[in-house]
Design a protein around this ligand. Structure first.
Ligand SMILES: Cc1cc2nc3c(=O)[nH]c(=O)nc-3n(C[C@H](O)[C@H](O)[C@H](O)COP(=O)(O)O)c2cc1C
Length: 157
């Protein structure tokens, strides 16, 4: 399996976009082919490629995905594609002030992809906007361990 990552971005005010841009730079530097794609107008066919998919999304409303991710997550839910050959990671942006729905946008993707048979690489990174830390910095730190796990997946293929 060649080293390819697609970062799929669900965002309202751009934080997830910043995270994706930061990771794109870093992954590029590590010799990995990276694409970043906004979730607007995405369909479940995006998962048919041989990439590791990194879901990078925030949370809105009552634990919903952002508007630009809504039709995508609904289409996955409707199609319930067979994703048993798909590997993914999740970066979930949220705010602990919303205690009942903390980072639910990313968690919803995780549950759905898992129910379609996809295999998550590593733990979900959850970023708390009320912590005062920068999501792109936390993501950059987290991505080192996550990439090591990706490398072991790639080396088995
Ligand atoms: C109106 C509104 C509703 C939100 N609802 C939630 C929520 O239910 N759960 C959560 O964890 N974060 C919630 N957040 C926090 C955002 O997910 C967080 O600020 C995130 O970093 C925004 O990322 P984005 O700029 O990529 O959209 C909410 C933020 C706003 C402004």
């Amino acid at each position: 399996m060649s080293k390819q990552i697609k970062i799929l971005i669900g965002t309202m005010t751009g934080n997830a976009q910043l995270v994706a841009q930061e990771l794109e730079l870093r992954f590029d530097g590590d010799g990995i082919a990276v694409q970043t794609i906004d979730m607007d107008r995405l369909t479940p066919e995006v998962f048919e490629s041989d990439h590791v998919h990194l879901i990078c999304t925030s949370t809105y409303g009552q634990g919903d995905v952002p508007d630009n991710a809504r039709s995508f997550i609904e289409a996955i839910d409707d199609a319930k594609p067979d994703l048993r050959k798909m590997y993914y990671g999740v970066i979930a942006l949220g705010d602990r002030t919303y205690a009942e729905t903390y980072c639910f946008g990313g968690k919803r993707f995780d549950e759905l992809l898992n129910s379609c048979g996809a295999v998550r690489i590593g733990d979900i990174l959850m970023h708390d906007a009320s912590s005062g830390t920068m999501p792109e910095e936390e993501a950059a730190d987290w991505s080192q361990g996550w990439l090591t796990l990706c490398e072991s997946v790639w080396s088995q293929k």
